[in-house]
Design a protein around this ligand. Structure first.
Ligand SMILES: Cc1cc2nc3c(=O)[nH]c(=O)nc-3n(C[C@H](O)[C@H](O)[C@H](O)COP(=O)(O)OP(=O)(O)OC[C@H]3O[C@@H](n4cnc5c(N)ncnc54)[C@H](O)[C@@H]3O)c2cc1C
Length: 277
């Protein structure tokens, strides 16, 4: 299918995007990398009258370190973060996660903020943001607000973003000294969306495990440094809490199995890396 007709508007600044979003609300959509939106348009799941293309909006194309965070502007592609020379020490979790996101052609066009705004429950970048306790900066003509990832993601493809708001930037906390990070995922083929994805961060006294692909949004479990049967029991409880459902890709039972297995593997890898730092 082809999309319904729309007006195409090339955006030069965040101010211009916010002015048009304020004027047209849900009838205008931000076009970033187009890697999710174009499919939605082609299937006519959305029929906005205007597309606001920010993919070449220079003031929004930045990736920088600021205040202990990696800050990624709305026009910055996934590849521009993935290929940062310092990424493996700045936010090592992202370095582990990027290879699981589709293929490099998609990451060359797709943006980090677009993935966060789209909020697919299987997507890797929202999961990393939730696990690390990152932030989303929303901007509109009314001003800016900064939301913790845990408040931003509200459900399947649903966020706290209002129709007149631009996701201006997202902020990933830098690696904390003494912590290790790991990412594990199972999908039908390499590059497909995750059936289950697990991100782990392990410090001296704490384990954090994030799971994508099971609940309607990324979910994060915080534990003390449990081991052996106590850890296995905690992972089993968490796997049940996520209320997995059967779908054509996997049964709920298989998803729970993956949470237990991949979760444990990610925690063990992150724990080894924590020991090595
Ligand atoms: C073949 C294929 C395989 C893929 N596999 C994976 C995968 O394994 N894992 C994964 O995570 N993703 C995958 N993706 C999706 C990809 O990562 C997308 O790039 C990403 O989800 C959306 O980013 P985008 O910049 O392309 O956003 P777009 O497609 O342009 O926009 C997506 C949505 O977010 C909104 N939006 C975008 N930017 C903003 C903003 N700054 N402010 C407000 N709203 C905004 C748009 O209006 C739209 O509703 C895949 C895509 C394809 C085509």
């Amino acid at each position: 299918m082809k999309p319904a007709p729309f007006d195409y508007i090339r955006i030069d600044s965040a101010e211009e995007a916010c002015a048009l979003l304020a004027e047209h609300g849900d009838d205008a959509r931000i076009l970033a990398g187009g890697q999710s939106l174009v499919t939605v348009l082609n299937m006519r799941l959305a029929q906005p009258a205007r597309l606001l293309d920010i993919s070449r909006t220079a003031p929004l194309d930045y990736v920088r370190i600021d205040g202990g965070r990696l800050v990624v502007g709305a026009a910055a592609t996934q590849a521009s973060v993935e290929w940062r020379a310092g990424l493996s020490t700045e936010v090592p979790l992202l370095g582990h996660a990027f290879p699981y996101i589709s293929h490099f052609q998609v990451r060359n066009r797709g943006t980090v903020c677009g993935s966060v705004a789209h909020a697919d429950p299987s997507a890797e970048l929202p999961l990393c943001l939730a696990l690390l306790g990152g932030e989303v900066v929303l901007r509109s003509r009314r001003g800016r607000r900064v939301l913790p990832a845990g408040d931003f993601f509200q459900g399947m493809l649903t966020t706290a973003r209002q129709d007149d708001e631009l996701v201006e930037e997202v902020r990933y906390p830098l690696a904390a000294p003494g912590w290790g990070y790991a990412f594990e995922e199972f999908s039908a083929r390499h590059g497909d969306f995750a059936i289950v994805a697990c991100a782990a961060a392990v410090g001296a006294d704490e384990i954090r495990l994030g799971v994508g692909g099971v609940a309607d949004r990324p979910r994060v479990l915080r534990l003390p440094r449990l081991e052996g049967e106590a850890l296995a029991a905690a992972l089993n409880d968490f796997a049940w809490e996520l209320e997995a459902r059967d779908d054509p890709h996997a049964s709920a039972r298989y998803r729970r199995h993956l949470v237990r297995r991949l979760g444990l593997r990610a925690i063990e890898d992150a724990g080894r890396r924590a020991g090595a730092t």
